[in-house]
Design a protein around this ligand. Structure first.
Ligand code: AQP
Length: 327
């Protein structure tokens, strides 16, 4: 059975980067895989979070999964901290992880750069991520470019554990989509579009009003060439916008290139905004129906029970393999 685990951290308001790199994929893969889509709240707290915001954002991310089209009857949707097995296997994974490996993680280097102090959990984050994936015996993990290194480490840890003790974990494969796996900031195409960027014009939020979406996309940086062409080496800002267009319209890069050949940026940016608005408005409507509903609570409670059942047998096997006393 092919199984997927993936999630989006509740570390800020969801933007079209997370949509392109994750959520958008969830909708299609749910038909081909048994899916576990979780809200990694334990990962979010590796950097300081305001408690009220964390509470709200965790519900928001789950509501967006459903609003964007994840079917809770097909996929299991749950909040990570509702399944304690994550923390328990996370600790076990830490015991198998080398300090040097963690030190090489580029995300840790980026997130700790220039900070006086960071939590030790930010450093050991990849061990918890490995536990998340391995608990469910996931065969596949959809990842954005930036998570490739962490998934590689998950694979190493699974193989290390399997050979040191006994075969326990499935070694997962990445699914990296060619389009939308790295959506860059609207203000700077050399930086990934990120929830935690303080510049609100660097991203379009999934909850932005149609007017704000239009404004932000019209202000997005381009270049002085005035030619809509997909060429990451020479035209990264425009290539990024073309990629966003492709994710939100479903059109291929070649089709978009042909459509806007010789037309300059004005028309292209206006059409791009309409493509994004048309996709987001129905998602926003469904989101507003469910965010404060009993339906959402029911889905999350049922999801936690199903996830805990699936996680339990792996955790038990891992503990037995290591020699823990289990009854
Ligand atoms: N800009 C992006 N382009 C493509 N994929 C992206 N992802 C996130 N941003 C982009 C992918 O979405 C999945 C979930 O990401 P996440 O929110 O859990 O973590 P993140 O990558 O750390 O997201 P942010 O927005 O950068 O959050 P902060 O600023 O809080 O760290 C992942 O597969 C990710 O690759």
């Amino acid at each position: 059975m092919k199984r997927v685990l993936s999630g989006i951290k509740p570390s800020g308001e969801l933007n079209i980067g997370g949509y392109g790199g994750a959520l958008h994929q969830f909708i299609t893969i749910q038909h081909d895989f048994e899916c576990f889509f979780f809200v990694p709240d334990l990962h979010a707290v590796t950097v300081p979070q305001d408690p009220k915001e964390l509470f709200q954002r965790s519900k928001e991310i789950a509501a967006f999964y459903i609003a964007a089209g994840v079917d809770p009857n097909k996929a299991t949707i749950f909040i990570q901290s509702h399944v304690p097995a994550h923390v328990e296997l996370g600790w076990i994974m830490e015991t198998q992880t080398h300090f040097g490996e963690l030190s090489r993680m580029t995300q840790f280097k980026e997130k700790s750069e220039g900070k006086d102090s960071v939590s030790s959990a930010l450093f050991t984050y990849p061990a918890l991520m490995a536990a998340d994936i391995l608990l469910y015996q996931a065969t596949h993990v959809p990842v954005g470019e930036d998570q490739k290194q962490h998934l590689e480490m998950t694979r190493d840890l699974a193989m290390r554990f399997n050979s040191r003790f006994e075969p326990t974990f499935t070694v997962p494969e990445p699914i990296i989509q060619s389009i939308g796996s790295r959506i860059m900031g609207l203000d700077d195409p050399t930086k990934k579009m990120s929830k935690s960027n303080p510049n609100r014009n660097s991203y379009v939020l999934l909850l932005d009003s149609p007017d704000d979406i239009r404004k932000k996309l019209s202000k997005a940086v381009t270049d002085s060439d005035m030619n809509v062409r997909y060429d990451w080496d020479n035209k990264p800002a425009v290539s990024n916008l073309i990629e966003i267009y492709a994710v939100f319209s479903g059109d291929s890069i070649a089709t978009i290139g042909r459509r806007y050949e010789g037309q300059g940026y004005g028309t292209f940016k206006k059409d791009l905004a309409e493509v994004v608005v048309n996709k987001l408005v129905p998602i926003q409507e469904r989101y507003r129906e469910i965010i404060d509903s009993d339906e959402l609570i029911r889905i999350l409670k049922e999801g936690a029970v199903k996830a805990a059942e699936a996680a339990h047998s792996t955790l038990l096997r891992a503990k037995m393999a290591m020699g823990f006393v289990t009854f």
